[in-house]
Design a protein around this ligand. Sequence first.
Ligand code: FAD
Ligand code: EPU
Length: 346
Amino acid sequence: MSFQRASLKPWNTFGIDVYANNVTIIHNVDSLFYKSLDKSVRRSEPILFLGEGSNVLFLQDFQGKVFINRIKGISFTETTHTWLLHVGAGENWHQLVKTTLYKGLAGLENLALIPGCVGSAPIQNIGAYGVELKQVCEYVDILFLNDGSHQRLKVDECCFGYRDSVFKHRYKNHYVIIAVGFKLIKKWQPVLSYGVLKMLNPQTVTPMQVFHAVCKIRRSKIPNPKYIGNAGSFFKNPLVTSPTAFDLLTLHPKIPYRLKNNGDVILSAAGLIDQCELKGYRVGGAAVHNQQALVLINTGAASSQDIINLARIIRRRVGEKFNIWLEPEVCFIAAQGKIDSVEVIT
Ligand code: FAD
Ligand code: EPU
């Protein structure tokens, strides 16, 4: 299915109403896909791949072709100690979590309710409630747009870090993720280290109970993009060295933080924004969410400029108060493609 000069509003969870020259929905890696890609590549037309648009901010009309990835399919292979899954990049992430749990396979429950597609999950190494994709990922299959060749990257080659991977650097352009492989260990160990999950009993808890607990916490804090436009956490949590954290926390002891194993400190960006008293702060149609200061929302008719202006104010206020300069987690997309988000809001 292909639409000329189509609105991207249904394809981004911020609900920003910008247009693309063409939107094409891809269901499988077939000749049509190659053909349309081939034409765009030859014409040097900008190309953008989207899953569910839950981690993007469109700054203006996109002067190229948008491919919506709906390549489906899940296959399961059982080994003595594991379940191996091969999943099409266009599968919905939360549905995959539910499918595995209903089949009695554990391991993805902490990552419940994260919007988006399976193929987008490796890009920022999605993470929540103590688990990151890298802990369950076995490989990522990519297709190169210039010659149609395929490559399988093993988990170590993906260079996963906090909201980071090789797909934001070396494989940033001219490729598309077409499938992801997962390894779920049969001997399940619940991960209950995060916040209210600590209240669950590790001896008796089931994967389904963890799943429901995670869904409950998420629903209480993060707005559903179906009703309130947003892209989850707008900024990343800043990572600082322990001397920097010591100086900062001496002056501002109420900033929430977590210690990493190597002694570095992850500061809570939500806490920093909150302490600047910015919850509920509005610029045009954009606002800081009242339940979670790290989530910027579209209150109805926000333009991308409203969101950018709000993000710039937040970055400046937090920077001036704490000398910590926040960086967006959300990908900024301009007329020709992805651009440096920090430059836009500096
Ligand atoms: P999109 O927004 O469509 O794309 C994101 C980027 O990946 C874009 O640059 C796009 O061009 C590129 N891309 C997409 N598909 C492909 C592909 N197949 N090949 C190559 N490039 C591609 N994230 C977390 O980590 N943890 C959370 O807890 C979390 N909670 C969220 C809650 C809400 C309410 C929302 C709206 C977002 C949340 N996010 C969270 C962010 C988001 O859900 C994830 O980043 C998700 O993986 C994005 O998936 P998507 O399919 O929507 O990607
Ligand atoms: N907090 C505040 N004010 C707020 C919100 C939170 O002070 O308005 C404090 C909380 O009290 C807590 C701390 O900040 O002490 C952390 O808050 P929370 O547990 O809500 O998590 P977060 O750090 O804000 C991160 C991820 C989320 C992920 C959750 C759960 C990033 C950028 N965000 O949020 O991911 O779901 O942890 O693991 O790492 C996303 O990436 O889009 C996303 C939603």
